[in-house]
Design a protein around this ligand. Sequence first.
Ligand SMILES: NC(=O)c1ccc[n+]([C@@H]2O[C@H](COP(=O)([O-])OP(=O)(O)OC[C@H]3O[C@@H](n4cnc5c(N)ncnc54)[C@H](O)[C@@H]3O)[C@@H](O)[C@H]2O)c1
Length: 264
Amino acid sequence: MTQRLKDKVALVLGAGSIGPGWGNGKATAVAYAREGARVLAVDLSLPAAEETAAIIRAEGGVCEAMQADVTVDADIARVVAHCMAWQGRIDILHNNVGMAYLGGPVEMSEETWDHSLKLNVGSLFLSCRHVLPLMEAQGSGAIVNVSSIASIRWLGTAYIGYAASKAAVNQFTQAIAMQYADKGIRANAILPGMMNTPTARASLGSTFADEADLVAKRNAACPTGAMGDAWDIAWASVFLASDQAKYITGVLLPVDGGMTCKVV
Ligand SMILES: NC(=O)c1ccc[n+]([C@@H]2O[C@H](COP(=O)([O-])OP(=O)(O)OC[C@H]3O[C@@H](n4cnc5c(N)ncnc54)[C@H](O)[C@@H]3O)[C@@H](O)[C@H]2O)c1
């Protein structure tokens, strides 16, 4: 590895995986560490965060695991305070948590709509309001928000709360990028396409006959003939978080195998 993140401290929110294998957050936390970052791996599930931390430490990296709910302000405050006590700085804020709940406005309950916005974009508001002042005091920082191509395209499945909240993630990212551009802080978003992760398989499972059907149909929908994987998101995140991307801010980067170029 090239140590692109040497001496950097990364706070990764949603750094676990809901099942065996690699989700976007877990792979990104590990990739950050492989490039030299010290990582605070945070997840709703402490065992999931600990699993990520154990992988990083087994590879010789530096990582601590913490439990937190990104929708709870006091949890974010606790995590940020811990990171500052542990490492004294936060160079990279990675907002990975996001979930798609099925249904359009007629099918979806108001509670699920509210929760979608709170989880997918409200969590960015909370993490940024705690981390931005620290980055401003440091005079540097990189924020990577995980959006979705569902923020800009209809992908064939109704999940209105997801589509609307991820669209909000995009403009949230660009507004932060502009407000903080002259303060050494960059903010970019990654728009994953169809990725083969445990969470994607679990959250969309009910719309397919079985897992094999899900994988076959999602593969077939991709221009490359195959879904991406969590490492595609992880390495794009490493680049955006690194100083190699020092002149890149406010970008909404699709990592989708070309899917957003496609009109069918
Ligand atoms: N997988 C895809 O196909 C795909 C496509 C487009 C966008 N995305 C985006 O990628 C991100 C997640 O990637 P993934 O699907 O691989 O999932 P993931 O495996 O990275 O899992 C996300 C983690 O977030 C944790 N989490 C859930 N709610 C939380 C909360 N309230 N507080 C703290 N942690 C919480 C879960 O426990 C899980 O470990 C999301 O933002 C998602 O919208 C994924």
